[in-house]
Design a protein around this ligand. Structure first.
Ligand SMILES: [Zn+2]
Length: 410
């Protein structure tokens, strides 16, 4: 597990830590209908620490998350009621670690302002003014994914490449030779091995080079000619808590012998979306004892970290491989390969060259040619982890009280 990820968890823990020392009893809720806006007033016995945001899916909602709160409104024993103006039904939900007040909205509305006022005859007041806006304007500011993206940008900017493996002395690299067993992959066209054999030989060569350095812990998804399911390959990387996943393949252009050169793929938007879907339906990420939004933030941060690390490594790999072999394309490439669709592990898919091209095929079938390609891969791995342990930590250590960042990022 990467250190930044550990910090994300620390951030979550800070967000979720029990803080019930003084519960902010909610004693009254009022609504005011105005020509331009709807005012929501919540009274509490002690000053409320509350974050307000809107959600667009499913259905427009205003959500107030309290640091701690309990329901003490006379006349509403069911902790639910009806609003006015833009606000329909509302309910208090204290099941989550952070109690929430959820208001359904009759249409798209933004928070125009939020104020905290001292008592004037009643309790402490939290005042929120909602104003109707277009659906597009609502969608553009609603939702936690939006806030998460902003936090993620903040992290990316402040932490830079400060992503740090758990141990900089034992960086975990998963090598994934593609295909195998009943799946030969691309077929040999100019003699030599099929793809499954070429990539296994290459993967074993890379393993040996990395092991020689003593700096890496290498995990192979396969080290013999066996079939391994694509998702099992991803699972192996996740369970190893890998710092990098590199899938090795050899390309085919069918009957066309012209295409030549290596290609490095990182995940595209579709793969990212699959990673998100799987993370959210995956029990590892969703914990019913915490607000769903927190799970979503964690997933978004993890995916953003994976994306930036994958792209950085892909760039390093392209640079190193370009010194020893042709590159098929001069621009960074992205794809929706199943082995790239994990939400956590930085991952690339490395096509060493085309088995359908005579020169590429010769290089990949020659142990010395393979070794040069794998030395390039090892050099890229060294480059990528050269700054391991350098940055990132300070920023996060100073900001583990990050709920403030959540609020200001809105
Ligand atoms: Zn392949």
């Amino acid at each position: 597990m990467t250190r930044i990820f550990a910090l994300i968890l620390a951030f979550a823990a800070a967000l979720l830590a029990p803080q019930a020392a003084h519960a902010q009893d909610i004693t009254a809720i009022r609504f005011g209908e105005h020509a331009t806006h709807t005012r929501v007033v919540i009274e509490t016995r002690t000053p409320a620490r509350v974050r307000a945001h809107t959600l667009s899916e499913p259905g427009a909602r205003l959500v107030l998350s309290f640091e701690s709160a309990s329901w003490a409104v006379d006349g509403l024993p069911d902790a639910a009621g009806l609003g006015a103006g833009l606000v329909g039904a509302f309910r208090f939900d204290d099941a989550a670690s952070h109690p929430r007040l959820v208001f359904s909205l009759s249409g798209p509305a933004n928070i125009r302002q939020q104020m905290s006022l001292d008592p004037a005859g009643g309790g402490y007041r939290t005042v929120i003014d909602l104003e109707p806006v277009s659906q597009a304007a609502f969608a553009s500011v609603s939702g936690f994914p939006q806030a998460a993206a902003t936090i993620t940008e903040l992290v990316a900017r402040e932490a830079g490449v400060g992503f740090t493996p758990e141990s900089c002395e034992r960086i975990r690299v998963v090598i994934d030779p593609g295909h195998g067993g009943r799946d030969p992959g691309a077929l040999a066209r100019f003699g030599g091995m099929h793809e499954s054999g070429v990539v296994l030989a290459a993967g074993l060569a890379l393993r040996d080079i990395l092991n020689e350095s003593g700096r890496y812990e290498v995990i192979m998804t396969r080290d013999t000619d066996v079939f391994v399911d694509l998702y099992d390959r991803v699972r192996i990387a996740r369970e190893a808590r890998a710092d990098l996943f590199i899938s090795i393949h050899a390309d085919s252009a069918g009957d066309n012998s012209g295409p030549q050169g290596a290609t490095v793929y990182s995940m595209n938007a579709r793969a990212e979306s699959r990673a998100r879907d799987r993370a959210i339906t995956d029990g590892n990420w969703v914990d019913i004892s915490r607000p769903e939004e927190v799970s979503r933030i964690l997933v978004e941060m993890s995916i953003a970290n994976k994306r930036s690390q994958s792209e950085l490594f892909a760039e390093a790999l392209r640079t190193e491989v370009g010194r020893t072999a042709a590159l098929w394309r001069s621009t960074p490439m992205e794809a929706n390969f199943a082995v790239l669709t994990d939400a956590e592990t930085p991952a690339v898919l490395f096509e060493m060259g085309f088995l359908t091209n005579r020169e590429d095929s010769r290089r990949m079938n020659d142990p010395a040619g393979r070794r040069r390609l794998m030395q390039a891969a090892a050099a890229a791995i060294d480059t990528h982890f050269a700054g391991c342990g350098a940055t990132g930590w300070t920023y996060w250590a100073a900001n583990t009280g990050a709920p403030a960042a959540v609020a200001s990022a809105r």
